[in-house]
Design a protein around this ligand. Sequence first.
Ligand code: SF4
Length: 481
Amino acid sequence: MSAPRVVSVAAASPAQRAGLRVGDELLAIDGRVPRDVIEYRLLVDEADPQLEIRRGHDEVSVTVDKTAGEALGAEVSSALFDRVRTCDNHCEFCFIYQLPKGMRRSLYLKDDDYRLSFLYGNFTTLTRFTELDLERVLSEGLSPLFVSIHSTDPALRSRMLRNVRGATSLRWLRALLDGGIEVHGQVVVCPGVNDGAALETTLAGVLDEYPELATVACVPLGVSDYTTEAAMRPHTEDEAAAVIDTVEQWQELALGALGRRLVYAADEYYLIAGRPFPAAERYDGFPQHENGIGMARAFAAAFGGDDRAASGVQPGFFAWVDGAPAAGYRATRVAPGTGGSPGPTGGPVAVITGEYGAMVLGPLLAGLDSRPDGDGAPIRLLPVRNAFFGGNIAVTGLLTGVDVARALAGQPEGHRYLLPDVCLSDGRFLDGMTVGELPRPVEVVPADGLSLRHALEAPLGRPSGAPRPPEAVPVALGQSR
Ligand code: SF4
């Protein structure tokens, strides 16, 4: 257990008026020791909380003058103050087992902690969930949560998780839904394991046993060069098409039974199968956008100027993997002072992206020019192959500095290079490199369509990030002659 440490105190806040300082450790609040930031928030929400503080070698007691519900105005350093509950599964498809050696230690942490599910959208299998956890989730209303289903067949789920408790832990899902908790589900589809008839059984099981689930995402297995599991392989084009057909068939059944689609296929399936993405309205507001469901559609809409389609925080490095460490993928993308430097304006522009990103961005950027009069240069893509992980890893968020550096080294100097911020966590790539170590200056741009559009327009005199009516957007960038 480590006491939460204050990292910021808002000006004119109750915390500042009470003399709280950055670096203070909060030992107790109203006599209780908070286990995590959820409890911290609840405790400091009360009127006039009494804080026991360690400041250097001293311990002091401070009563904060505030009303119930008024923000304290102090942020603390971490999400969990006790130990992260680690995962006791050994899934053959686990991406954490497929990481090369020598990466940051935090990236190898397998958590299965409902609190990180609530706080960050991490998926949990519930194999370590307990009666006490259920009591807390229900009493504190920790909703929504994100649960890995994989299969509703107990034997298959247990086999996939390599954990006997995998056969029974979905009873907690039932209890959460009975308690009114909003739950989003996920099925990592592994070809030859839980696709085909097994996927049909799972989706039938979802509709039959867990119809209150808010959504269920079907996402493809990611296989890196470092997998040691012989049975794990990427989907073929036909297998991807079959997953789409199954999902769309069950969407129709769910629409008939529940009045909503319930289940969605990841964008990667449409890319692998070479099929067009469903229309934006078929994503029902993009509830699993961060899990790669409808991201391409939302990006295109936002790039076209529809800022209603921009869905907030973008997916992180491990958003599609269970048990991602909070510090790993939910950290600030770009730490102050590490965000790259603006390149020369008005000249040639290249957008750095992964191989899947290139398939989405290609049609959007085709024919666009860096100047509105068309006398600039075509805006081009710089697709980067993920040699670091290899396999079928082609999402932009898993690009590493070494691969981006290799791609940039062969590029001309004096061009603008735009890098999506999903490649970074606290200003570093997954392999620890910073943008400052790249062989060309790059500009880091938030990974949503509207931000990219603004970044491309910024040199034309528009302030980046300025709101504008959707109809103004298509004329701002020139068409390449
Ligand atoms: S972290 Fe997730 S995928 Fe990895 S072993 Fe645990 S439950 Fe399985």
